[in-house]
Design a protein around this ligand. Structure first.
Ligand SMILES: [Zn+2]
Length: 289
């Protein structure tokens, strides 16, 4: 992937470096000169016009998504860095950069094992219950499909979820719980007359077997833990964005405890994001076409 230096004034690519510029909030930045319109500019690497340092902003995104509330984050910033921002500002940063990075990673194509474990989680959003449908590709631990639905489980959502699971590659098998909508949704999505294309539907009826798949449960329980904290969220519209953030955190930021790798690495992405992975992803999302 190539870095895309484009003049924001005339969209010319005929630009050259023109020394460093001091910025008010974000230290020294590379200034560029457009040889066509002769104007200079600083490249937007995702933090343009932000009033705080990118290291502070990415730390907030990272820590919020790995389990610190926006209010606690605000308190930590004040205590340790004497930075005064509201908890809403913290949440605004989190949402802004989730959306930015999500748009970027949506274009990437993961290499998956096709062994899929699917589950649904209820999200208590004050007056109503939302359902978060989520599936994990076994070998990579990559979360390969999600669906955020503002209503209880139903056949339409189950079918849409199955379609999303099959999008990147046709699965070998999908394991679900005993939810009655699954068999129909499964048949609708994956039925074929050809033996070689068949997808196996494994049902794990926990109330009968009393057996959980412990290994995969750890991933889902991590998600459920984090969802629990969203219960107090007043802005219901932001719940799906934050859920997307949890998935990004799982797929692209944190190393999986069993595999010791980032799921995105196992899914074949060679992303040069550096040690501060959120910072790296945001820059990639901002400068690449
Ligand atoms: Zn120009």
């Amino acid at each position: 992937m190539e870095r895309n230096n484009i003049c924001p004034h005339c969209e010319s690519e005929n630009v050259v470096n023109r020394g460093l510029s001091k910025t008010k909030n974000r230290g020294t930045q590379q200034r560029l000169l457009c040889k066509d319109c002769k104007k200079t500019f600083i490249l937007d690497e995702g933090f343009w016009k932000m009033k705080n340092k990118e290291s502070i902003i990415t730390m907030c995104v990272d820590m919020y998504l790995s389990n610190l509330s926006s209010r606690k984050m605000r308190n930590q910033l004040k205590r340790h860095f004497n930075i005064k921002v509201s908890h809403v500002t913290v949440l605004d940063w989190v949402r802004k950069y989730i959306l930015k990075v999500q748009k970027f990673v949506d274009k990437l194509k993961p290499k998956l094992s096709g062994k899929v474990y699917a589950d649904e989680t209820t999200i208590d959003c004050q007056r109503r219950n939302d359902i978060f449908w989520c599936s994990i590709d076994w070998d990579t631990r990559f979360i390969n499909a999600t669906l955020y639905a503002p209503n209880s489980q139903n056949l339409k959502d189950a079918t849409e979820f199955m379609k999303r699971i099959g999008k990147a590659r046709r699965p070998k098998y999908i394991q679900t719980d005993g939810l009655p909508f699954y068999p129909k949704a499964f048949t609708k999505t994956f039925y074929t007359r050809y033996k070689k294309d068949r997808v196996e539907h494994r049902v794990n009826n926990v109330s009968k077997t009393k057996k959980h798949n412990v290994r995969i449960e750890t991933v889902f329980s991590k998600i459920k833990d984090r969802v629990y904290d969203f219960r107090g969220l007043k802005a219901v519209w932001s719940a799906p964005i934050l859920m997307a953030g949890i998935v990004l955190q799982h797929n692209f930021i944190e190393e999986h405890t069993t595999t010791g790798e980032n799921p995105c690495t196992l899914a074949g992405f060679d992303l040069d994001v550096g040690e501060n992975r959120w910072d790296g992803l945001i820059r990639m999302a901002s400068i690449q076409t």
